[in-house]
Structure formats: C-alpha cells, structure tokens
Design a protein around this ligand. Structure first.
Ligand code: FES
Length: 153
C-alpha cells in the first residue's frame, strides 16, 4: 500500500482582497445561446470601467457550471450578500454594477432569491442583503463597518 501523502508541501493559495465575489453560471441550461459566457467575458472591461478591479470595492469574478436553478439566465450570485439575480442582460448587469457592487443596494426587481429569506416572503424579509451607504444593513449588521463597506473579505 502506498502512502498518499507527499513530501512536497501543499502550497496555500492566495486570491487577494476583495469586497464582493460574483459568480456567473455559464451552464447550458441557463442560456443556450452563449449569453452567460458572453456576460462573464464582459465583466473584466465593465469592472475596470467601474473601478471594481482594485481598491476597497474590488469584485472577484468566477464562472460556475450550475447552481441548480437553471431558468431565466443569465444567473449570477453576489457574495457575501447572498443575492441571486436572473435575466442578467448586459443592461441589467450595468444596473447591478452601479447600484449593488458600487452602491451596496441590491437591484430588487432582478433578485429571485435572497439568502436568509424564503422565496415566498415577497418583501417581508429583513435579511441584511448588502452593506451599502443607504442600506438598513449598514446601520444594523455587525458585518458592515461604519463606512458602508462590509467587513467580510
Ligand atoms: S445551468 Fe445555470 S443554474 Fe443550472
């Protein structure tokens, strides 16, 4: 029987600091026309133009193959806020960048799920969705600091 451990040390990965992480499903059941991949491919330029590639609002972006939602794509998830968006067209992505990733307020009409809330709550959920300067979470959540830039990194 061989020893599966190795004398080679495991290298601890690094990803750098970031404020939020956006995950884009590029699976074929979300959009069959490549719109999700095109959306992901557009994020580098969009984030650069919006000042989200460095600094305190830096957003990390990652592709995912399936979130088990599989309808109404492109679908994206913004963490650590736990906000799930559908129908993320290029125009809707611009809204998410401006209002949520820069401003800290989810774009409510594009949200299909919010972590901590039932999908049936329809406005009754008080989960701290984001830590923007005008969000209720900024005033009440211990994960949000006084500048409105959340504490999680
Ligand atoms: S293929 Fe996108 S959520 Fe399943």
């Amino acid at each position: 029987m061989s020893d599966t451990s190795s004398d080679t040390p495991v290298i601890k990965p690094k990803v750098g600091e970031y404020r939020r992480h956006i995950l884009v499903c590029t699976g074929e059941r979300c959009t069959g026309d490549g719109a999700s991949q095109a959306l992901f491919d557009s994020l580098g330029d969009k984030f650069k133009a919006a000042g989200l590639t460095s600094g305190p609002l830096r957003v990390k972006r990652t592709r995912a193959s399936c979130f088990a939602a599989c309808k109404g794509g492109p679908i994206v998830c913004v963490q650590p806020d736990g906000t799930w968006y559908y129908n993320v067209t290029p125009e809707n992505m611009d809204r998410i960048i401006d209002q949520h990733l820069r401003g800290g307020r989810p774009v409510e009409d594009l949200v299909f799920h919010q972590a901590g809330c039932s999908d049936d709550d329809e406005g009754a959920c008080n989960a701290p969705a984001a830590c923007g300067p005008t969000s209720a979470a900024a005033a009440t959540s211990p994960s949000c600091n006084s500048t409105g830039a959340g504490g999680a990194a």
